[in-house]
Design a protein around this ligand. Structure first.
Ligand SMILES: Nc1ncnc(-c2cnn(Cc3cccc(F)c3)c2)c1Cl
Length: 318
């Protein structure tokens, strides 16, 4: 992906990969070779909407979401060990990068939904179920589910959309023990997240987490999938990537929740409203890149990220 905003070169690190809004680096050892036990996860200020990376970046978005994720890892430490090693990172990415333990990642996007919307709602409307789980009749956009439903998907190749898979598909991919463990953990993480967030006026409609294995000890050239299926059940499951951020989860302002229509996004509504207003001169089905966001939309969006962080953590964003 030729990112419009090139990720910074970081001395002592090699850039490995860039997603829409995040960049991945490998620390180098004294000989200049990639360390194989660590990664540097960098959150940029880029914001994505309607499958486009928008312009300009949102100042401090990367730092706010990194600090929020670190706070959640700490809140969830009794549920699952995590991959964070250090926040001692290069000055160029201070506050918005994390040094993490390199894990053997499970090839599953672990999604749990506490409220029905988006792709889950579409599947429900078509089939009366989501990811093979039957749901009661009469649910509408934004309906709260009795308990969160695990709706996993495969990790699509770069730039493509993840494909929903059934729970049995997850079992086939990673084995029954790990499948049950990640389903249970994903649901518990969303429940705990909502216990904490609801008190602060935020609903987490759904979330996507990723897990990696500690202790798989892949041999050179060994097939990871095979190793996971055969030895994964005796490894430690570690919560990786980012957790319960507005980029990995749908954040809704609790006081505006009203089932039966699309819910406003806590953080992205100003962007969506402007992009879909006549003022932008853009149409989301046009397939062309959206115009640059006006300064007031950028500032209002920055303020919503800071507000989410301060409400949830109870700490002023520095
Ligand atoms: N602890 C880990 N061990 C091994 N791999 C990963 C890993 C690989 N990819 N991703 C997603 C991603 C995170 C940031 C920036 C990107 F561009 C992509 C996460 C992790 Cl977090």
């Amino acid at each position: 992906m030729t990112a419009p905003f090139a990720p910074p070169a970081l001395p002592g690190y090699e850039h490995l990969y860039s997603g829409k809004v995040r960049d991945l680096y490998a620390p180098l050892d004294e000989a200049g070779a990639q360390r194989t036990d660590r990664l540097l996860l960098v959150a940029s200020d880029r914001i994505s909407a309607y499958d486009h990376v928008l312009d300009p970046p949102i100042p401090d978005k990367g730092a706010v979401l990194t600090q929020l994720s670190l706070w959640w890892f700490d809140q969830l430490a009794d549920l699952a060990p995590h991959h964070v090693v250090s926040t001692d990172v290069p000055e160029a990415v201070a506050g918005r990068a994390v040094l993490v333990e390199r894990l053997d990642m499970l090839p599953v996007e672990c999604v749990a939904r506490g409220y029905l919307t988006g792709g889950g709602l579409a599947e429900y409307r078509a089939k009366g179920e989501v990811s093979g789980v039957p749901l009661p009749a009469g649910l509408v956009d934004g309906s709260r589910l009795e308990e969160p439903v695990f709706t996993p998907s495969t990790k699509a190749p770069m730039g493509e959309h993840d494909e929903p898979i059934s729970y049995d598909g997850v079992v086939a991919e990673i084995g029954p023990a790990l499948a049950e463990q990640v389903r249970d953990l994903t649901v518990r993480i969303l429940l705990r997240g909502n216990e904490i967030a609801a008190e602060r006026g935020i609903l987490l409609a759904d979330t996507k987490v990723e897990f990696g294995l500690r202790g798989l000890d892949l041999a050179k050239g060994e097939d990871a999938g095979e190793a996971i299926r055969s030895r994964g059940a005796s490894c430690e499951v570690v919560l990786a990537d980012e957790v319960l951020t507005p980029d990995s989860s749908r954040f809704w302002p609790a006081e505006e929740w009203e089932p039966g229509r699309p819910q406003p996004s806590f953080d992205k509504q100003f962007v969506r409203d402007w992009l879909t207003s006549p003022e932008s001169g853009w149409s989301k089905d046009s397939g062309v890149a959206p115009p640059s966001l006006p300064a007031e939309v950028v500032q209002a969006t920055r303020a919503r990220y800071v507000e989410a962080y301060e409400r949830l953590t109870g700490t002023p964003f520095a």
